[in-house]
Design a protein around this ligand. Structure first.
Ligand SMILES: Nc1ncnc2c1ncn2[C@@H]1O[C@H](COP(=O)(O)OP(=O)(O)O)[C@@H](O)[C@H]1O
Ligand SMILES: [Mg+2]
Length: 318
């Protein structure tokens, strides 16, 4: 509860973040499409100039790589992907420790998906200690408020909550910190991108037109704030009937692939639409730990490997 009190008392420090919020809100308008007209170009330039005045990025102590899992749209499978990718990283023999940060303060999913609840303990220097399951250190707003409590924070409180989730957690040494982003391209996404150095963003989309539009927006936002977009994950691209093995492309077949091509990005992998993916997450035993040999788990593990490869290549190139 000390953590919750801390959250509520943190408004003063958040003025700086509010200011940041105003800057970025102004910026967001120009992020929704590629600039073509002179007005759009001017707006783009203004965003870049404003970004120069923003606070300097500060790494999270002990964390080697931060990876954000994002999309402009809700319900496309960001949290499911974030959780299974974190477990995919942890399955690698080269990885010692992985953290998972639920940045969706309005609709936190990580407590349920990782079967965790309870209040984090606080260290003597006032840092929250992550809760751990399946070897993954997790932090979520869901640990600080009751699941049924209405989340009424707006503006200031949300930014203050994010700042605390980023800075006031005792992560220890982490090879990877996976951040499960809320939907959209708003203040939270921008402030995270601009407060901490991010090794890469993974954009999740279904192959459906409407989801793709939002995915494009999401990818463009990260590109504009110089976060490397590692690629797209095409989620729910194929449904295989468990009875007859017939394959159906419920949300379309290759939409995300086409979007990736048009943006000069790669597809990191495809995840099928499968009942076990949904059920295992709902039960708090994600498929990568509960059925590691399954096709579905393998799909996540292969994407996790691809991401690690890309991040280490990037690091080597610097
Ligand atoms: N590949 C998949 N197959 C089956 N169900 C999925 C798949 N990906 C996500 N889901 C389900 O879709 C719903 C939304 O997923 P979620 O990860 O919460 O999306 P988001 O974080 O983007 O809002 C959840 O019920 C989840 O279990
Ligand atoms: Mg989510």
């Amino acid at each position: 509860m000390a953590a919750v009190k801390g959250l509520i008392q943190g408004t003063l420090r958040s003025r700086r973040l509010l200011q940041l919020g105003r800057y970025v809100t102004a910026g967001v308008a120009s992020l929704s499409s590629s600039a073509t007209s002179p007005e759009e170009k001017l707006k783009d330039r203004q965003t870049q100039v404003m970004a120069r005045g923003l606070p300097k990025q500060k790494p999270i102590c002990g964390v080697k790589h931060v990876l954000v899992v994002a999309s402009g749209k809700g319900g496309v499978g960001k949290s499911t992907t974030a959780v299974n990718l974190a477990l995919g990283f942890a399955a690698s023999e080269h990885v010692k420790s992985v953290g998972l940060l639920d940045a969706d303060v309005y609709g936190p999913s990580i407590p349920r998906m990782m079967n965790l609840k309870g209040n984090p303990e606080v260290t003597s220097n006032n840092l929250m200690i992550p809760l751990v399951n399946y070897g993954i250190r997790c932090m979520s707003m869901g640990f600080l408020v009751e699941e049924t409590a209405p989340i009424v924070w707006r503006g200031l409180m949300v930014m203050s909550a994010i700042e605390r989730l980023l800075r006031q957690v005792d992560w220890g040494e982490l090879d990877y910190l996976v951040i499960d982003m809320p939907p959209g391209t708003g203040d939270v996404q921008l402030s995270i991108s601009q407060n901490i150095p991010i090794s890469g963003a993974v954009i999740v989309s279904t192959p459906q037109d409407i989801a793709l539009l939002d995915a494009r927006r999401g990818a463009e936002m990260f590109q504009k704030v110089n976060v490397p977009v590692l690629g797209l994950v095409q989620n729910m691209s194929v449904f295989r009937c468990p009875k007859c093995n017939h394959e159906t492309h419920i949300f379309g077949e290759d939409g995300a692939r086409q979007l990736a091509v048009s943006m000069g990005l790669d597809i990191l992998g495809d995840i099928p639409l499968h009942i076990s993916i949904r059920e295992t997450c709902d039960m708090g035993k994600p498929v990568v730990v509960s059925a590691p040999e399954s096709r579905e788990a393998m799909a996540y593990v292969s994407i996790a490997k691809e991401i690690m490869k890309r991040i280490s290549e990037d690091g080597a190139a610097k």
